[in-house]
Design a protein around this ligand. Structure first.
Ligand SMILES: [Zn+2]
Length: 324
């Protein structure tokens, strides 16, 4: 009997027995009380871990978006807060999110980015933004921030207060965290999405900044629009994506250095990715190979560091018309 068939047989047998089974062994007893207590431990640690991921993404990502506003074709005004409601959490975790994170059905501040206008104004987790006396979520807050002067009213416990906050101008892309063990990040022109698998895999904020810089470059260089354009024109988009990946690696390295992150040895990311995904080292249909990316990032770093040493502006070398 082949192995897969054995598995099928075992599954079939176990599913037939559900409901009327008695096991052959006597299992140790656990109490309902211990089970409930352990559930709370696991809910709490899961939420604490997700909160850490979100805080790191906000801290590193906002620094990239802020430092590169001058190179981003589209910007927005931002004070550095993440607002949440209980709806932002999976249904099974909402009671825990209420208990542990103070999430309710009213939008309230979840995280405040360090060194942000919100942090300087003393905005705290749990504060509720009010417009015309009503609590507002992130979209209405964004609209309010685009107005020339920004007096913000917040409610903290039973008190209302008005704060004067001067927003920063940052790149328009929004940061998103996706719970997934896959090591991945995406850009869609508007958002930058990073998986929790990627958050774990990046060993330092510098490496995370490399990834975020890369994804921001896809958005600022209009790659999504160009790929879609190529798709419509040629019916075959993938062969056009390889140069865009290399361009994003190149421009993204500038973005991370401009934001104050350290590019020393940051290309080691690609060697470590080869360790966990050896089949992809030399086989890449749509993306450049890992060795090519490793070497090109190292080369780009030399270019950036030479400019830095010469006191030149840290701006990528754009093609002029003569290059085309
Ligand atoms: Zn990419």
């Amino acid at each position: 009997m082949s192995f897969p068939r054995l598995i099928t047989f075992a599954l079939l047998t176990s599913s037939l027995l559900v409901g009327c089974a008695s096991t052959a062994t006597r299992l140790p007893n656990i109490s309902e009380r211990a089970l409930r207590a352990e559930s709370i431990v696991q809910e709490n640690t899961a939420l604490a871990t997700q909160t850490d991921y979100s805080a790191r993404l906000l801290r590193v990502g906002r620094q990239i978006l802020h430092a590169n506003a001058g190179l981003c074709p589209k910007t927005r005004r931002d004070i550095g807060v993440v607002i949440h409601t209980e709806e932002n959490y999976p249904r099974e975790l909402r009671i825990a999110a209420r208990r542990e994170l103070g999430a309710t059905d009213t939008p309230s501040v979840f995280l405040v980015a360090p060194n942000s206008p919100a942090a300087r104004a003393g905005i705290k987790s749990g504060d509720v933004f009010l417009i015309d006396g009503n609590p507002v979520g992130p979209d209405s807050l964004q609209e309010a921030l685009e107005a020339p002067t920004v007096p913000l009213t917040i409610q903290r416990a039973a008190r209302e207060m008005t704060l004067s906050v001067t927003p920063n101008t940052i790149c328009r892309s929004r940061l998103r965290l996706r719970p997934s063990s896959a090591i991945n990040a995406f850009a869609n022109g508007r958002n930058i999405t990073v998986t929790t698998g990627m958050m774990d895999f990046t060993e330092s904020d510098d490496e995370l900044a490399l990834i975020l810089g890369h994804e921001l470059a896809h958005n600022t260089m209009g790659h999504i629009r160009k790929v879609v354009g190529n798709l419509i024109l040629s019916g075959f988009a993938t062969r056009y994506t390889r140069p865009f990946e290399l361009e994003s690696d190149y421009v993204g390295l500038y973005y991370m250095v401009r934001a104050g992150f350290n590019p020393d040895d940051v290309e080691a990311f690609w060697r470590r990715l080869a360790d966990v995904d050896p089949r992809s080292v030399n086989r890449a249909k749509t993306h450049p190979t890992f060795p090519a990316r490793y070497l090109r990032i190292a080369a780009a770093r030399e270019e950036v560091l030479a400019k830095q040493a010469a006191g030149e502006p840290l701006v990528p070398n754009y093609k002029d018309d003569a290059d085309e």
